[in-house]
Ligand binder design. Structure first.
Ligand code: ATP
Ligand code: MG
Length: 413
């Protein structure tokens, strides 16, 4: 059995009729980009669906696996095509049933007929194809309510498409069809999942990471590079800003009472993130925080942290359970990297008893005791920006030079 096409359906996309053309252009580009290196197909985009024409089935399994990950695809079906001829369609159904000869199954025929010029209506077609199957396959029985499989028949102007599977896509919108957000990326499990969740909704995500060498290791930074690389696979390019946080963080630990250092650290992270976000034209900041997971993630804590910025702070994982976050981390292949033991700056400087319900007036008063402006400036000047290109390679800060650093990033560490 050789599939002739894969039909790709957009789902949510079709609702956004105003931007549809723009979205479809991006989706087509993203699909082509994600299928790079595979052969035997070409893509044809139509208003309500996309056809991937398969010249051969050599790479069809890989194509299917890749399509599952492309944001903006609601579902898709590998299909067999017959010309607009009932007898030919029956032969194609025979091809489809080749693998279903030996066991007893129930089935149903479901016909759609967008091509109203076709000689038979849907009821007639259901009967024609249903009888064909029942007569020729004694192991198959009809069950219209709860069949083991459905033979879908779509009569279109291009031909009769026949298929059994609707394969679920990731949904959402094509990458980078929304504006930009700056995401605080730690080496943990949550923030890469938060990045992914936003990317699937079309948000262009830049990353910012705070490191405190020598307290944080080279391996911890390597983890951040590896996570960014992983997250760039689907979207193409990602910018990563790395902040040297050592001096500021050390001063926070010295100056702020220990049960409030965590709150203050987060507030300074957010202040710096805001500055970078504005320079980069990001409209929001995002984090991997999830309500109640740890002491720092209570509403009281978020209230204290948020208070330093007027920018929206997006927390896509806010109400998610850890098991579900881990499930996504597995699916997007970041879990293994996140589980590596190298700790980031927050973990290393975590006080013994961080306040779970910090108070805004207290933290504001503690921070007002000192002038942090020079430290802030120095920290902002330390920001190094890397651009991860579509192959996960890194282009340095000096983007005009477009100097590509060798793959293992060792020069950057
Ligand atoms: P994660 O698994 O994302 O690290 P977490 O449950 O461990 O989350 P925290 O360590 O409290 O939670 O961090 C909460 C959020 O703060 C992270 O999701 C991330 O967005 C941000 N964050 C923490 N540490 C850093 C860091 N060193 N650099 C950038 N962002 C950070
Ligand atoms: Mg963490």
């Amino acid at each position: 059995m050789e599939y002739s096409h894969i039909i790709v359906r957009y789902g949510e996309l079709t609702l956004k009729s105003g931007n549809r053309n723009e979205f479809l252009k991006k989706l087509t580009k993203n699909i082509r980009y994600n299928l790079q290196g595979l052969r035997g197909f070409h893509v044809q985009t139509k208003r309500d669906r996309m056809y991937i024409h398969l010249d051969s089935n050599e790479h069809v399994e890989q194509i299917i696996e890749k399509l599952k990950k492309v944001p903006g695809i609601h579902n898709f079906s590998p299909v067999l095509r017959a010309s607009l001829d009932v007898e030919e369609a029956k032969k194609v159904i025979d091809n489809l049933l080749e693998t279903k000869k030996d066991t007893s199954y129930t089935f149903k025929i479901q016909t759609k007929r967008p091509n109203k010029n076709f000689a038979h209506n849907t009821n007639e077609l259901n009967n024609i194809f249903g009888s064909h199957v029942l007569v020729n396959y004694k192991n198959l029985k009809v069950d219209v309510k709860n069949p083991d499989f459905v033979i879908n028949v779509e009569v279109r102007s291009e031909g009769i498409f026949i298929f059994t599977d609707f394969i679920k896509g990731i949904g959402g919108f094509p990458v980078n069809t929304s504006s930009k957000a700056l995401l605080l990326l730690s080496g943990g499990i949550d923030s890469p999942v938060a990045a992914h969740t936003l990317q699937v909704k079309g948000v262009e995500v830049e990353m910012i990471h705070f490191q405190s060498p020598p307290f944080t290791s080279e391996e911890a930074l390597q983890k951040i590079f590896d996570l960014t690389k992983k997250l760039s696979e689907v979207v193409g390019k990602i910018k990563l800003h790395v902040v040297n946080f050592t001096k500021l963080q050390t001063e926070i630990v010295k100056r702020i009472p220990s049960n409030y250092t965590m709150t203050s650290t987060r507030r300074f992270m957010l202040r710096i993130a805001e500055d970078v976000a504005k320079k980069e034209g990001c409209l929001a900041i995002a984090t991997g925080e999830s309500l109640g997971q740890v002491a720092s993630q209570t509403l009281e804590s978020m209230n204290c942290i948020n208070n330093v910025t007027n920018m929206p702070v997006l927390r896509p994982l806010l109400t998610m359970d850890k098991v579900d976050i881990i499930k996504i981390a597995k699916e997007i292949d970041t879990l293994e990297i996140s589980n590596l033991p190298f700790e980031d700056c927050c973990t290393i400087f975590t006080p013994k008893a961080p306040k779970t319900k910090p108070r805004l007036e207290k933290i504001s008063a503690y921070e007002a005791r000192d002038d942090y402006s020079e430290l802030m400036e120095e920290t902002l000047a330390s920001v190094k920006t890397y651009l991860f290109d579509k192959n996960g390679r890194v282009i340095t800060q000096d983007m005009k030079e477009e100097k590509i650093i060798k793959e293992d990033f060792s020069d950057l560490l």
